[in-house]
Write a protein that binds this ligand. Sequence first.
Ligand SMILES: Cc1cc2nc3c(=O)[nH]c(=O)nc-3n(C[C@H](O)[C@H](O)[C@H](O)COP(=O)(O)OP(=O)(O)OC[C@H]3O[C@@H](n4cnc5c(N)ncnc54)[C@H](O)[C@@H]3O)c2cc1C
Length: 412
Amino acid sequence: MEQFVIIGGGAAAHQAARSLLQAKPQARLAMVSQEPQLPYDRPHLSKGFLTGDSLSPAMLGGHELYGEPRVEWLGGASVGEIDRDNARVHLGSGAALAYDKLIIATGSRARRLPSEVARAPVHYLRTFEDALALRSQLVSEARVVIIGGGFIGLEVAAAARQRGCRVTVIEAQAHLLARTGCAALSHWAQALHVENGVEVQLQAQVAAIEPGPLGKARVQTSAGPVLADVVVVGIGVQANAELAQACGLDVADGIVVDRACATRDPAIFAAGEVTCYPVTHLGVRTRSESWTAAGEQGSVAGRAAAGDAAAAYGEMPWLWSDQYSSTLQCLGLPQLAGKYAYLGDVHAGQWLALGWDDEDRLVCAIAANRNRDISAIRRAIKRNEPLAELYASALVSAQRTTGERTPARRVV
Ligand SMILES: Cc1cc2nc3c(=O)[nH]c(=O)nc-3n(C[C@H](O)[C@H](O)[C@H](O)COP(=O)(O)OP(=O)(O)OC[C@H]3O[C@@H](n4cnc5c(N)ncnc54)[C@H](O)[C@@H]3O)c2cc1C
């Protein structure tokens, strides 16, 4: 009987397990996860979990699987080495597991501040334990300083405001959500948070976080000191790709895989946030910090490892973020966009930005509270349908809407 091993216990690993066992019901599967909990909904940690009072994470559907005799769930265990020559993984405990096929779904970890900068305790948010610890500090009137104005930082800001905290976001760049490179999104996010009572400091470098008076932390920034009861650091993530690198797989900001989530070792697949995968629509590679991409790649990896030659991942990157009562979505790769057309009013609550690169290819769509538009664009891209019909009339009005650049061009 074929033996499969999955390293990881997140969305990618979970979907890999489900699709693998669906494709090969007789397979035997061992799943090794550093986290003790069965796979849970990580995006919920910075949203409903922080504003709610649940004492357990929201589990992913289908976790009954881990009670089945064909599945060995090894929660709270860590793989320390992949021995490709002998097709085994070695656990931190000293135990070894043999595999016929291996799926690496080790995700990412929160990027940490150097210890010489973080001299007082700070919070990061990646795991259920992180969220539990952070939530216990988000009490009314607590002064919360969030370092990093990316998606996680802003979701924490929104949740902290909803819990009655006084919130300051400190961002080193000139804009919030700067990594997306979409000015409209940055302006909209800033307005949204300022309207909700968040103080936003831009272009502020954090020099040190040190113990302050009365048990507070003093955050020393280039704009001056800020006292905090709670400091949250959201400065990005680092792919857990070291295992793959150490065993000689190709790694370039993530484990390099093809459309079938295959690495260059035919016995090893990888899926989710740890991978650097081809975005076939745009002819580039990327690593996505996206829940949907992780799950979908997991499904593909599971099927491919089970021998399904048709398994392939061909989606555009897509992620969403909930802040207060707004949902924003980002489809594609905004970092490739040189120009945008805006539909709707960027200064109002609902808008859609379509971005093109220098070769006039549609490379991204970003939306606030226009979920149906993003769904329609996703569907059209998936079916290789032209978007012109969907947006022809809307583009005419785009010429009259706000936004720094509204090129008069046909939607491709
Ligand atoms: C707070 C938060 C909110 C988010 N919100 C959104 C959102 O709104 N929308 C969105 O699209 N995305 C969101 N994301 C991103 C999304 O959750 C991730 O992209 C997705 O969870 C990645 O799934 P994954 O399975 O690839 O990796 P992970 O979820 O990181 O899982 C990897 C697992 O592997 C385990 N592991 C790592 N190394 C080893 C090892 N050596 N041995 C054993 N186990 C190991 C880890 O402990 C972990 O359990 C959010 C992320 C966070 C942290």
